[in-house]
Design a protein around this ligand. Structure first.
Ligand code: PLP
Length: 284
C-alpha cells in the first residue's frame, strides 16, 4: 500500500512517526474512517465536519485545509486503486522534544497527519445477510464520547469479550440504558418506530446515523430519539447498528435472546438498501 504521512506518499513499510508523538505516548489524537464505494467517498463532508469538531474540542491544530484533505483522500484512492473499503485518517498532537502532560506549543510542535486505505467488502458484507449477535457490557469509557479520539482500548476489550461469548459485538450500558456499540450506533424497532439514543456527550454522533435517520424520515418512517434498556431491546421487533464500515447491520440476538423472529428484520434491510442507494448516488 501507498500511505500518507505528514505531506508524503510512501510505501507503508517506509512510513515513520516519532516515538515522542503524543498519539503514541498518550492517545492524544482523533480519527475518522470514511468509506469508499465504487472508488468514491461516502459522506466526506460529514466526516470532515466531525473531524474539525473533534479537533476544536481538544484544542488541536489541523495541519491541512479541508480541500487538501479531500485531495489526499482522492490521491490515496487513485494510488491504491481502491474500489471498495475505507480510508483511515488520524491527527495526533505531534512529537514535542520530550514527554510532558501539558500540551506543547502548536507553533513549535505541528500535529501529525496519517492516512491509509483499507480494502473491505461493504455492500455485500456477509453480516448484512446473516445479522450479528451482541452481548451487553458496562460502559466504562470516559464521558466525552462525542469526540472521536484514538483511545480505543475499552472498545477493543468489548470486542474481545463479545468474541469470547461467541458474539460479534458488544452494546455498552450506562445507568441501565444502552449508549452505543463498541464502534457503531445502536437502534431498536418497535411497532414500526425506529428508536435510538439522542445525541449528547454520551455517544458519538455517527455520520451514518445522521444519514439513516434523515432517509428514514424521508421514507415516512417514525423516528424516536430516546434511550432504551437491554430488556426493552430484547423485546423489540428488530434491532440494528450503523457505522461507516457496516452501513446498517441487523442485530438478531442480544445476550443470547433472539430478537423478533431471530431473522434479519425488514426495517433494517430497507434502511440498508436506501442508505446504499443514496450513497452510490452522492459519493464524491
Ligand atoms: N459510535 C462509536 C463509538 C464509533 O466508534 C463509531 C464509528 O466508528 C460510530 C458510533 C459510528 O459512527 P459513523 O457512522 O460516523 O462511522
Amino acid at each position: 500500500r501507498t500511505v500518507y504521512v505528514n505531506g508524503e506518499y510512501l510505501p507503508e513499510t517506509e512510513a515513520k512517526i516519532s516515538i515522542f508523538d503524543r498519539g503514541f505516548l498518550m492517545a492524544d489524537g482523533v480519527y475518522e474512517v470514511t468509506s469508499v464505494i465504487g472508488g468514491k467517498l461516502v459522506d466526506f463532508e460529514g466526516h470532515s465536519a466531525r473531524l474539525q469538531r473533534s479537533l476544536n474540542e481538544l484544542d488541536m491544530a489541523n495541519p491541512v485545509t479541508m480541500d487538501e484533505l479531500l485531495a489526499i483522500h482522492r490521491a490515496l484512492i487513485e494510488k491504491n486503486q481502491l474500489d471498495e473499503g475505507g480510508i483511515y485518517l488520524q491527527i495526533t498532537r505531534g512529537a514535542p522534544a520530550d514527554r510532558d502532560f501539558a500540551f506543547p506549543d502548536p507553533d513549535e510542535t505541528p500535529s501529525s497527519l496519517v492516512l491509509f486505505t483499507q480494502v473491505k467488502n461493504l455492500v455485500n458484507a456477509l453480516a448484512a445477510q446473516k445479522g450479528i449477535k451482541v452481548i451487553s457490557i458496562d460502559d466504562l469509557r470516559w464521558t466525552r464520547r462525542d469526540i472521536k479520539t484514538v483511545q480505543l482500548l475499552y472498545p477493543s476489550m468489548g470486542k474481545m469479550m463479545a468474541a469470547k461469548a461467541g458474539a460479534d459485538d458488544a452494546w455498552m450500558v450506562e445507568d441501565g440504558k444502552v449508549t452505543e456499540g463498541t464502534s457503531n450506533n445502536a437502534y431498536i424497532v418497535k411497532g414500526g418506530k425506529i428508536i435510538t439514543r439522542k445525541l449528547s456527550n454520551d455517544i458519538l454522533a455517527g455520520i451514518t446515523r445522521a444519514a439513516v435517520l434523515r432517509l428514514a424520515k424521508e421514507a415516512q418512517m417514525v423516528v424516536e430519539e430516546r434511550s432504551f434498556s437491554i430488556e426493552e431491546a430484547q423485546e423489540a421487533d428488530e434491532a440494528f447498528v450503523t457505522s461507516a464500515t457496516t452501513f446498517v447491520f441487523p442485530v438478531v440476538e442480544i445476550d443470547g435472546k433472539a430478537i423478533g423472529s431471530g431473522e434479519v428484520g425488514s426495517v433494517a434491510s430497507r434502511l440498508r438498501e436506501i442508505y446504499i442507494e443514496e450513497s452510490l448516488k452522492t459519493a464524491l
